[in-house]
Design a protein around this ligand. Structure first.
Ligand code: ZN
Ligand code: ZN
Length: 256
């Protein structure tokens, strides 16, 4: 059975039509919970049963606390938030701490919470309905993962925020039914030093990283910083000629 990935947000910032990272899979699964989640109708929010997080940076979790608050009275089942132990720890300490936001893992009660954290391990697949979701290694300034998203017939890899790395490409090179690689390129090349410091890719480091990839699937660029998004995508299109590359579009639906 095929799956649908709907791009709710794929920008590195806000303003105008820009929404930060969030993908909806088959109505019930969110990959990251950036500001794109805020465009969903209430009924669509109510249908979300699982949230998989790449990491705890605000542009990827901004709507998670608000999502929980918006559906808590209307759902009988909890929302399962899947993340690494380190990411869960950061969320518990710094977000769901009764200071920034209530601890929804104890609301309305510890016995029947509206939020349940589920620790995931690198390389361990998690089956959710017709989807299989596997965290892959990623290198960023805080603990982060990429995701392998698989249906019965095809796979998509989403890099999350990362500078790439040997382990990531080793994992990607083992996937034989890869349909698309969604990979970030946050910065244009003039911000090379900032990109390196923030452990994001810029256009030239993307080109270097792609040389480690032996596959030929389509490359979809995400997380462009709004101020230089046109420049960045122009640079990307000029730098790598080995793979079909284009910009991932907010609102697009990818079947796989
Ligand atoms: Zn980040
Ligand atoms: Zn980010």
């Amino acid at each position: 059975m095929s799956c649908q990935l709907r791009v709710l947000g794929c920008s590195g910032g806000i303003g105008g039509d820009n929404r930060t990272t969030a993908f909806l899979l088959n109505q019930h699964v969110l990959i990251d919970a950036g500001t794109g989640v805020g465009d969903l109708q209430h009924a669509e929010l109510l249908a979300i049963d699982h949230v998989f997080l790449t990491h705890a940076h605000l542009d990827h979790i901004a709507c998670l606390p608000l999502l929980l608050d918006s559906v808590v009275g209307s759902r009988t089942e909890p929302i399962y938030v899947h993340a690494s132990a380190q990411t869960i720890d950061l969320l518990r300490k710094h977000v769901f701490n009764w200071l920034i936001w209530p601890d929804f893992s104890t609301i309305p009660s510890v016995e029947q919470p509206s939020l349940i954290f589920v620790e995931h391990e690198l390389g361990q697949p998690c089956q959710v309905g017709e989807l299989c979701i596997t965290p892959l290694p990623a290198i960023h300034t805080i603990p982060a993962v990429a995701f392998l998203l698989s249906s019965d017939s095809a796979s998509i890899v989403f890099s999350g925020d990362t500078i790439g790395g040997d382990e990531f490409w080793c994992a990607v090179n083992q996937i034989d039914n890869l349909q698309a690689l969604i990979i970030e390129t946050a910065f244009a090349d003039k911000e090379h030093a900032i990109a390196d410091a923030a452990k994001h890719l810029c256009s030239s480091t993307l080109a270097e990283q792609l040389q480690q990839w032996r596959g030929g699937a389509e490359v979809l660029i995400t997380h462009l910083k709004p101020a230089d998004s046109e420049l960045t995508i122009r640079e990307v299109l000029q730098l790598d000629h080995l793979h079909p590359i284009r910009r991932l579009l907010q609102g697009e639906i990818i079947e796989f």
